[in-house]
Design a protein around this ligand. Structure first.
Ligand code: NAP
Length: 215
């Protein structure tokens, strides 16, 4: 049936950065598509809990900072205390940094690259066992990385580490996908265009300007 084409009936998902913006939209969409449970994560526990309450009892908050290996370990432990399988891992949490070329600081590289590029690798590595446990040839597990159109083409902002992290994430996805397919884990990346959000305040506050750049 065509109406079942996008069904996630019975699947369990984990969405990083699920408390707001694109991650919240994804968590909501997964639940609407029939997912059994959607775990969401973000650093700020109150916002994470509030969003889970808003999305309903099948949405479970697991607040953690996924930009550090300690945070990834803690999130993995919290997830594995509740589930032994993971059907869908959504690496969505991301950050941006903009500064003029001559002033761009090292901290603007560390923050962005740790979260946008390193954390999808190490969180997927930490949850590899649970993904394998859910995966079969008939029903592969999925790992989806939220890259960005900024990993493919330039935007006018001086977001050096963001561009580099998203371009890197696209290629990292290819490299990891080639490995993980042996375990029936399908890895892919999505490169969204502009979404009005807390991160993309230009799209949020000057939507008409951004809209002119979108065909
Ligand atoms: N908006 C756009 O135009 C656009 C376009 C293309 C791609 N993207 C990508 O889409 C993803 C989501 O962006 P968004 O616009 O929805 O951003 P957003 O509104 O700023 O939301 C980011 C989410 O990630 C969480 N987060 C941030 N740092 C984290 C950390 N260290 N550990 C765990 N969670 C963390 C945030 O919660 P806390 O602050 O509580 O941690 C929040 O839930 C990002 O990867 C972004 O690069 C966005």
């Amino acid at each position: 049936m065509a109406s079942n084409l996008f069904s996630l009936d019975g699947r369990v998902a984990l969405v990083t950065g699920g408390s707001r913006g694109i991650g919240k939209m994804i968590a909501k969409g997964f639940l609407e598509a029939g997912a059994a449970k959607v775990y969401i994560s973000s650093r700020k526990a109150p916002a994470c809990i509030e969003t889970a309450e808003e999305l309903g009892p099948q949405c479970i908050p697991l607040p953690q900072d996924v930009s550090t290996l300690d945070g990834i370990k803690a999130l993995t432990a919290a997830y594995l205390a509740r589930e032994d399988k993971l059907d869908i891992l959504l690496n969505n949490a991301g950050a941006a940094w903009g500064a003029a070329f001559d002033e761009f600081p090292e901290s603007g590289w560390d923050k962005v690259v740790d979260l946008n590029l390193k954390s999808p690798f190490f969180l997927t590595q930490a949850l590899h066992g649970a993904l394998k446990a859910a995966a079969s040839h008939e029903k592969p597990a999925k790992v989806i990385n939220i890259a960005s159109i900024d990993g493919i083409r330039l935007n006018p902002q001086e977001t050096y580490s963001y561009h580099a992290s998203k371009a890197g994430l696209i290629y990292l996805t290819r490299r990891m996908a080639a490995t993980l397919i042996a375990d029936s884990i399908v890895m892919s990346a999505i490169a969204p265009g502009a979404f009005a959000s807390e991160m993309n305040r230009v799209a949020r506050d000057q939507g008409d300007v951004i809209a002119k750049r979108i065909p």
